[in-house]
Design a protein around this ligand. Structure first.
Ligand SMILES: [Zn+2]
Length: 100
């Protein structure tokens, strides 16, 4: 029995070249890949944007900050704090804690 068969989401990561106002929320912003805000709000920051399939926010954090976490220059919690998830991202924080 799996609750996660359809629990994935295609998300786009934008940053860390965001405007200062945007960086106040987080160095890297994450939206659903087809979110209209991406083109509306990040026109000048899309050169670094990339997309991935994720089943949890932890997935996204670990993909973006894998090197830092592995090298020990950042903890997973610090990496979490650096990323802002837009409301359009409906992923659970981690797979284990998905409770409805
Ligand atoms: Zn969005």
């Amino acid at each position: 029995m799996s609750t996660y068969d359809t629990g994935w989401q295609l998300v786009t990561l934008i940053g860390p070249n965001l405007t200062l106002a945007q960086q106040a929320k987080g160095a890297v912003h994450v939206h659903k890949q087809d979110c209209g805000d991406i083109k509306r709000q990040y026109r000048h920051s899309l050169s670094n944007a990339w997309s991935m399939v994720a089943v949890s926010k932890r997935d996204v954090v670990n993909a973006e900050y894998a090197d830092h976490i592995r090298e020990g220059s950042m903890t997973e919690e610090e990496a979490f704090d650096d990323i802002w998830f837009a409301p359009c991202v409906t992923l659970p924080t981690s797979q284990e804690s998905q409770v409805k």
